[in-house]
Design a protein around this ligand. Structure first.
Ligand code: ADP
Ligand code: MG
Length: 297
């Protein structure tokens, strides 16, 4: 009998890369057959982050998002697939959470950013006006035409609660195109993982606020949101950078939420939403996810 030589698969090696994108450090861990494959894939992942930042940033006046907001109140505007996609997913979560998650919260978020800078609460009248421009029901999406209508002039979209998770998912996809099946991407409090490392059942992830609890995850997203890093303290009250879009006030409930879900777009946006809601109320289950609440210290 003729024996064919056993076709040994090239063993996979572990590689790590790191760059700054979207205002945070982005860490990529991947398994590849060669340095060349690893580098090409990591480059593609970071390039995807850069592409999405150019679309979604609210710090850059020339981002597609800011150009869209500048046209608020003027009728339907055609947008890129990515922008349409993320707005559609945002809108769905707004509906599921009765507006606890709402990317039209831009005008209010801006005032709380200023509050963090001057340690002064936003002026009441200014806040009221900003709040009058917030409401996902004023954002209309037309899938066929790929257009977005922001009905009120002055409306501002803020994707800070979902864009990093989305970018992690997209970066994993970009790496798959280069044959990388097993990778982890971490951007701030958001992590996306594809298949497990060789001979493992999952990626082991420790979440700091859960006191070292280890999650073993594959093909999932995991995100943590809360008030531990970005907040302002005024008269003994801590106001988070996450706002309640229904009142316009930075959260004071001192809660941190970690969400595990099927992808990082979901875990990122859900974690932000559940901070606002302060309880799960069956929402994470609807998304096939799990939520862990911790009181901030
Ligand atoms: P981080 O940016 O620290 O990872 P999150 O994912 O929770 O935290 O996102 C917080 C950001 O989301 C805020 O800085 C703001 O840009 C935006 N945001 C704040 N409140 C809301 C909200 N209720 N719904 C949607 N986005 C929000
Ligand atoms: Mg989030």
């Amino acid at each position: 009998m003729l024996l064919f030589g056993a076709a040994h698969a090239t063993p996979l090696e572990r590689f790590q890369y790191s760059e700054l994108h979207m205002g945070v450090r982005v860490n990529v861990t991947l398994y590849a057959k060669s340095t060349e494959q690893a580098e090409t894939a990591a480059k593609a992942a970071f390039a995807r982050f850069a592409e999405l930042e150019a679309i979604m940033s609210d710090y850059r006046d020339d981002s597609e998002l800011m150009r869209l907001c500048a046209k608020a109140g003027t009728g339907p505007i055609k947008v890129s697939t990515e922008l349409f996609d993320i707005l559609q997913r945002s809108l769905k979560l707004s509906e599921e959470t009765a507006g606890a998650f709402d990317v039209t919260c831009g005008p209010v978020v801006k005032l709380w950013r200023q509050a963090r800078q001057n340690t002064r609460l936003p002026d009441k009248k200014t806040l009221e006006h900003a709040l009058s421009l917030v409401g996902f029901k004023y954002m209309k999406l037309d899938q066929k035409q790929s257009t977005v209508t922001l009905e009120l002039p002055g409306m501002m979209i803020d994707l800070g609660g979902i864009a990093k998770g989305y970018a992690c998912d997209e970066a994993l996809k970009a790496m798959r195109k280069h044959g990388i099946e097993s990778a982890m991407i971490e951007a701030g409090g958001d992590i996306a993982v594809s298949n497990p490392p060789p001979n493992k059942n999952g990626w082991e992830i420790a979440v700091r606020n859960l006191d070292g609890t280890l999650f073993s995850l594959k093909n999932s997203g995991i995100s943590t949101s809360g008030d531990t890093e970005q907040f302002v303290e005024i008269d003994g009250v801590r106001y988070s950078h996450i706002v309640d879009p229904r009142t316009g006030i930075g959260l004071t409930n001192r809660v941190q939420v970690t969400v595990v879900a099927s992808d990082a777009t979901t875990s990122d946006s859900l974690a932000t939403a559940l901070c606002v809601l302060g309880e799960d109320a069956g929402i994470s289950k609807k998304y096939g996810g799990r939520a862990y609440f911790v009181k901030s210290r």
